[in-house]
Design a protein around this ligand. Sequence first.
Ligand SMILES: O=P(O)(O)OC[C@H]1O[C@H](O[C@H]2O[C@H](CO)[C@@H](O)[C@H](O)[C@H]2O)[C@H](O)[C@@H](O)[C@@H]1O
Length: 284
Amino acid sequence: MTPPRGSGDGSGDRYDALVAVADEVLVGLDFDGTLSPIVEDPSRAVIHPDGPRVLRDLAACVRAVVVITGRPARQVVELGGLDAVADSLAAGSRLVVMGQYGNEHWDSGSREFRSPEPPPGLQAFRDELPALLAAQDAEGAFVEEKGLAVAVHTRRLPDAAAAYARLEAALGEAVERHGLGLEPGRMVLEVRAPGMHKGLAVHAALEEHRAGAVLFAGDDLGDLEAFEAVRGLRDQGLPTLLVCSGSEEQEALAALSDVVVDGPAGVLGLLARFVEDVRSAQEG
Ligand SMILES: O=P(O)(O)OC[C@H]1O[C@H](O[C@H]2O[C@H](CO)[C@@H](O)[C@H](O)[C@H]2O)[C@H](O)[C@@H](O)[C@@H]1O
C-alpha cells in the first residue's frame, strides 16, 4: 500500500501495520480543528460534511472510534450529528465521546451522558472573571460556559494574539489561587479542573475497548498529552499512527506526528482511505 500523503520516515510502515490489525485499532479523534473546521463562533463549529459518513464506515472496521475532546460531550454529539451517525452504525460498531478532556462520557450503545460535578473553585473564579477581563482590556472576550469549565476566547478581539498573551498571565495567576488548571488552545484559554487530560483518556479508552493499536488525530495543544501517551505505547511495541491536522495557527504537533494533513478535510480523507485499504486487505 502507498504511504499516506505527507508521511515522514517509517509512517508508511506504521500505516500498513494498523491496516493489518484494523479490528484491534482504537481511533481517537479530537473535534475542533480535526473533525470540524475552526470558525469564530464555537456554537457553529459543526462537523465537516464528510465526517458522519467517514465515522460510520470507520467504526465498522476498527475496535472503536472515540472522539476525545475538550468540548462538553453533549455539545459534540450535537455539533457532530452523532446521534444520527449512531443510528446508522453497523452491528458491533462502537462510537464514543469522551468530553471535557475525558471527564464526560457518551456512547452509541446507551446514548447516555455521564458527567461529574464541577470542580470546587470554579464558581469563585467565574465571579472574579469580569474584573480580570476588564483589568486586561479584554472585556469583549467571548466567555464560553461549559459546566465543568469556563473558556475565554480572544479570536474575535481586535488584536487576538496580544489579548491572549495578556490574559494567559492574568488567568494563570487566578487559576492557581482557586486550585484549578489552565488549558491553552487556539485563541482560547480554558479554566478547568486539574488532573485529567487526553493522555489519560487514551489509556482509559484503550482499556475500556481492549484495543491493541491506536490511531490518534489532533490539531492543538490540548492534544499534546494524547500524542505523548501514544508515543509511549509505541515504545512498548503497540502499532500506532499519529496524525496532525495541520494549520498555520498551531504547529506544535507537527514534529510529533507521523503524518501532517491539511485540516479536517485532510484528516477525513486519510480516514476514508484507511477504510478503503482495510476493505481491500480483507477482500484480497
Ligand atoms: O479538544 P477540542 O475538540 O479541540 O476542543 C478544544 C476547544 O475547542 C473549541 O475552541 C476552538 O474551536 C472554536 C470553533 O472553531 C474556535 O472559535 C476557537 O478559537 C478554538 O479554540 C471550544 O470552543 C473550546 O471549548 C474547546 O476547549
